[in-house]
Design a protein around this ligand. Sequence first.
Ligand code: FAD
Length: 531
Amino acid sequence: SIVYWMRMGDLRISDNRALAMASAQAEREGIPLIVLFVLSPQDYIAHDRSARRIDFTLRSLAQIKTELAVLHIPLRIVTHTPRRTLPSCVVELTTGLGCTRLYANIEYEVDELRRDIKICEIAKRDGLKPTFVHNKCIVEPGIIFTKEHKTYTVYSPYQRNWLTVLNANIPYYLEDCPRPHANLDSIHTSNEFAPLFMTPVPQAIPGFELDDADMRRMEEVWPAGENVAHEILQRFLHSKSRQSQLGAVNPLTPGAEESTKANRLINYDRDRDRADRDTTSRLSVYLSAGVLSVRACVRATMDLLKTDKVDGGRTSGVGRWVQELAWRDFYTCILAGFPRVSMGRPFLEKFSAVVWEDHQVPVGAARSGVDQDAEALKRWKEGQTGVPIVDAAMRCLNEMGWVHNRMRMITAMFLTKDLMIDWRVGERYFMEQLIDGDLASNNGGWQWSASTGVDPCPYFRIFNPYTQSLKADPTGEFIRHWVPELRKLKGPDLHNPPASVADKLGYARAVVRHDEARHRALRRFKNPGEA
Ligand code: FAD
């Protein structure tokens, strides 16, 4: 048999390179294809995976198992600990199925790359031929370099080059990989494989259980499945924006009103930074889990425009959206090119001495709990900072497992500059909450906000959360929805309530004064090492 090893960022059957290659090989050799998935709880702990992401993975696997069964392809799910022995476990499982070839898509995180190198070493000894292929990005790491043959660390020239490379080789970069062929249906009755069809997908993994309410909410807001993801994509491309994206509605729920003339993608250039409207695709959940192929997103924009070239320009909604997809590629290239960023180190080493108010989280320490946090951090996590836009965003994150990009930037900037708390603390908390948690994008976003990353926000450009609030939530609907204490306020008071008003409404007073905090941050970044 041939084994395709599906991983957490690969959760789809269509347009999946390693799966398509494995299937073609099985077809050529006239032997069965088997899909393997290894649940590794120790990896999930080590990488701060959220219970929501694990739950979404299991829900996706349940659908995949059913779809594969129609093609007579078994999905074997195994739970393995300790993570140290995962490479030998995978090789044994594979060879135990009488398999000589193993296919998988590459994961670029440093632990995962080391694990796969180990697999290659063990496999060689055991006569197994592993093949790892690129699938996560549109243009994979290792293709686009500066004139000096270095990894780009500035986005704009990277993106220009990315677009040129992509447009010069569309058939390869936007290939639509075929769905797998069906196995012979006799596989169902063979003694060897029949049990693989019977084993159910686990409902939960100990230590990563969601409470009932959260589980129901996640199912409603983020339904699993490739069809769902494609429908969300089509809605984003073709339908008008809903008046509001607030509340626990899933991205497919028809909006109460579709009254705005705006088409979300066409107006993405103008509207994308607004959190009080349904302005972005909300596809990150499906892209980070691989339920939706990023190639399919770009192909869809070409179909929409009826062109044979990709629009990645700054002046159109489509082009801007494609640029966001390029950010995803960019941060993955950074992760692959500079493994230190996934080891808790700043990209800009000069800022490693910046003095933070809160301790760094030691690697491997217990998952963060509110009780061990300093007061300011606790208030940030709970959405009780007394800064309405920050609180609205944090409460949205805590409840939905997702929050708008601009809100991620505002909250990350507030933690690292206003509260002067180490970006790694925030990065970790986001991973623990997000259903779309992705090391490359999360780390990239946090290091951008903390000014320690590639092409970061310069340390002296500190967001004023109150002016950001007026721009990102001009109607105030986002704040009113997530901070009900302030529901009756209008105008500037909603964005920055005076202390007397906050007291009257039972809302927290601001945890810091922004102007004072700004000076502290400027001082500390200017002189790393000095408090
Ligand atoms: P759209 O605006 O519709 O964009 C389309 C797609 O492009 C997104 O789904 C995403 O895959 C990609 N994209 C958009 N913006 C970015 C970006 N800045 N960086 C990388 N890719 C991008 N994204 C994640 O997928 N996982 C994370 O863990 C994550 N953590 C973040 C943490 C911080 C502090 C910040 C500032 C950003 C983070 N992002 C992360 C990026 C971005 O916020 C989300 O991808 C975006 O909010 C998803 O919403 P959407 O699908 O509606 O995006």
